[in-house]
Write a protein that binds this ligand. Sequence first.
Ligand SMILES: NC(=O)c1ccc[n+]([C@@H]2O[C@H](COP(=O)([O-])OP(=O)(O)OC[C@H]3O[C@@H](n4cnc5c(N)ncnc54)[C@H](O)[C@@H]3O)[C@@H](O)[C@H]2O)c1
Length: 257
Amino acid sequence: MDLNKKVAVVTGGASGLGRAATQELVNRGANVVIVDMNAEAGAAAVDELGAANARFIALDVSSGPDVEAAFEKILADLGRVDICVNCAGIGIAAKTIDREGNPHSLDLYRKVIEVNLIGTFNISRCAAAAMARNEPDEKTERGVIINTASIAAFDGQMGQVAYSATKGGIVGMTLPMARDLAGSGIRVNTIAPGVMATPLLLSAPQQVQDGIVSGIPFPKRLGEPSEFGQLVVHMVENSYLNGETVRLDGAVRMQPR
Ligand SMILES: NC(=O)c1ccc[n+]([C@@H]2O[C@H](COP(=O)([O-])OP(=O)(O)OC[C@H]3O[C@@H](n4cnc5c(N)ncnc54)[C@H](O)[C@@H]3O)[C@@H](O)[C@H]2O)c1
């Protein structure tokens, strides 16, 4: 799918990987709607990108009614949705039982599932319904959905039991969603990033960063958010890529801790 003048919805687009994806999409002529809980960062992103290229909607991706209302507004304002990039997510660190032998908080587990897994599905179902209304393009496509998992879906470390479950769920729904939406001309792919140079990681002590980098075979550095954005663009543009999860990780395989 050609990106020029297309409407893209990017969740988590106010920060990190979502912000980088937004930049790459705008660079190629797409009109982006940033959907994020952080109103201040969302407004700042629109200022940087320019109001002609981007707008912002503040919401929690796990709220069914809020997401439905947001897509109605996008359709009313912009007439269509062609691309959806799910980047909103949270991480927690807690083991199945803690040092004192207490069980993992169930509320915390539910919260991560709500935001990462249910939030991704919630946005995708509404995006798909909007895309299905599009006239097919010259390649018979109506839309593209891109999810963000993590290498923790495959090599989750100690303390990642909840986070890995959400990301494994995203990987697991990629193929069946692509199959569900095949008849509508909508593709679904997932990116599983390794360790990327987002603000959170860059704020970690240098020693911690060096330790992480030493385990990455090649290139021996953190991934750049712009490299995530480039893969988003490729997944939109390459019409034969469908139902797939792609690791973006410098060949790293995480150890148990
Ligand atoms: N940074 C990495 O190294 C890395 C590696 C693997 C996977 N990921 C995944 O990539 C995605 C983006 O990560 P990031 O590092 O850019 O994080 P980030 O914290 O910089 O950005 C996440 C954005 O999501 C928003 N958000 C969080 N919960 C939300 C909710 N309920 N509703 C709406 N918006 C919400 C936040 O406000 C924030 O702007 C996450 O899903 C994360 O799990 C990141």
